[in-house]
Design a binder for this molecule. Structure first.
Ligand code: HEC
Ligand code: HEC
Ligand code: HEC
Ligand code: HEC
Length: 168
């Protein structure tokens, strides 16, 4: 039943909403606040609890929602067909990070040569080096720009590495 509720027309509406959401809230790294509460996301994404990129930001007040949006509809969809509000295609990762980390400072770090390599074939994205922020198994594939569901494998509940089977 709930599959119908999040069917194609509803998803199309959500996509419009997604695009209107401001990418990432501005925040000065040096003015970080209290630790962020990610417990809502850990219900399914428990595997991100100890992950470096998420953890290092969480403790400085930058939670999952700062980068991926509040994503209430995604979190409430037990079928896992509704995408989170903000996803990052590879070519958008740098822009997402530089909302908070000044480009001039990043360029000044020697180890960042590969992040700014002229040759796109040699260029690395921030998450190639920082954290292990990728899942070993994906059962849902959305277009990261439009949020459109491209492919959903029905075996999700049976796959021990899948996000939704990590629920506590
Ligand atoms: C919403 C703002 C925000 C965004 C977006 C953001 N960061 Fe951060 N980042 C912070 C804050 C705040 C800190 C902690 C204070 C500091 O180290 O400057 C931090 C710290 C870091 C650190 C140092 C971690 C440590 O403790 O050693 C790295 C590395 C980092 N971020 C990488 C990234 C990458 C990669 C991205 C993009 C995927 C990113 N950040 C996006 C705010 C942000
Ligand atoms: C009810 C379970 C559930 C909750 C709660 C949940 N997610 Fe998810 N999430 C999933 C599933 C299932 C996938 C697809 C995983 C896969 O491909 O196997 C997913 C995938 C994602 C993705 C990957 C998108 C991409 O780039 O393809 C992001 C980002 C994400 N979730 C963020 C969040 C955030 C942020 C929260 C908390 C606000 C959250 N999720 C809460 C189930 C959940
Ligand atoms: C080739 C690997 C690599 C890539 C790609 C990379 N970094 Fe780093 N980054 C490092 C290393 C190594 C350091 C220095 C050691 C450390 O602090 O982890 C560093 C340091 C940092 C720091 C701390 C800088 C400081 O002033 O102390 C931040 C923030 C950061 N990186 C963010 C990013 C962002 C954002 C991107 C994408 C534009 C990125 N990094 C791409 C390897 C990388
Ligand atoms: C600092 C910004 C930032 C924070 C905080 C953050 N993410 Fe992400 N997330 C990203 C970026 C950038 C990507 C794309 C990474 C890539 O493709 O290499 C991503 C990708 C993902 C994916 C897709 C992984 C895959 O295999 O494609 C999931 C799932 C996810 N994030 C969940 C979360 C959850 C859950 C949290 C909180 C516990 C979180 N993220 C916190 C920036 C962030």
């Amino acid at each position: 039943m709930s599959k119908k509720k999040f069917g194609v027309p509803a998803l199309a509406g959500l996509i419009v909403a997604c695009c209107a959401v401001a990418l990432v809230a501005q925040a000065e790294p040096s003015k970080a606040g209290k630790p962020a509460d990610n417990s809502y996301c850990y219900v399914c994404h428990a595997n991100f609890q100890a992950e470096e990129l998420a953890r290092n930001h969480q403790k400085h007040g930058v939670g999952c929602a700062k980068c991926h949006g509040e994503s209430d509809r995604h979190s409430a969809d037990e079928d896992g067909l509704t995408p989170p509000e903000i996803m990052f295609a590879k070519e958008k990762i740098l822009d997402g990070c530089t909302k908070c980390h000044a480009l001039t400072k990043l360029r000044a770090v020697d180890e960042h040569e590969a992040a700014f390599a002229k040759d796109p074939a040699k260029r690395k994205v921030c998450t190639d080096c920082h954290g292990k922020h990728r899942m070993a198994v994906r059962t849902r594939h959305w277009d990261k720009t439009t949020g459109k569901l491209i492919k959903a494998e029905g075996v999700r509940m049976m796959n021990k590495n899948s996000a939704a089977t990590n629920a506590k």
